[in-house]
Design a protein around this ligand. Structure first.
Ligand SMILES: [Zn+2]
Length: 102
C-alpha cells in the first residue's frame, strides 16, 4: 500500500490494524502528527465484507424447558468441521460468547 498523507495536516500517516468488538479485523491510517484516523474505501469494503459474512449466520433462539436452543447452520457446521463433534463449550466474552468444540 502506498504512503498516505493526512487530509488535515498533510503529514505522513501510519497503517494500523485493530479489531471491532465482534472480532472483525480492520486496517486504518493514523496521522503521525495530528492523530487524525481515516479508512480508505478499500479498507471500508473489507470491513463491510466481513460483516456481511457474519450476518449469514444470524439464528433464532428457541426455548427448550428452562434453557434456550440455537441451530447451527449447515454450511457453518461444514466450515468448522462440527459434523463429528459431540460436545461444544460456551465461553462468555465481553460481548456475547464463543462456541468451540471440546
Ligand atoms: Zn494530520
Amino acid at each position: 500500500m502506498k504512503k498516505k498523507s493526512c487530509p488535515v495536516c498533510s503529514k505522513s500517516m501510519a497503517l494500523k490494524v485493530s479489531k471491532t468488538p465482534e472480532g472483525v479485523k480492520y486496517s486504518y491510517f493514523v496521522c503521525n502528527s495530528c492523530g487524525e484516523e481515516i479508512l480508505s474505501m478499500k479498507q471500508l469494503e473489507c470491513v463491510a465484507k466481513e460483516y456481511r459474512e457474519l450476518r449469514k449466520y444470524n439464528v433464532k433462539l428457541t426455548k427448550w424447558g428452562e434453557s434456550y436452543g440455537m441451530r447451527i447452520p449447515k454450511d457453518l457446521v461444514k466450515k468448522e468441521k462440527l459434523d463429528k463433534v459431540k460436545e461444544l463449550v460456551i465461553i462468555p466474552e465481553k460481548v456475547g460468547f464463543r462456541v468451540v468444540p471440546v
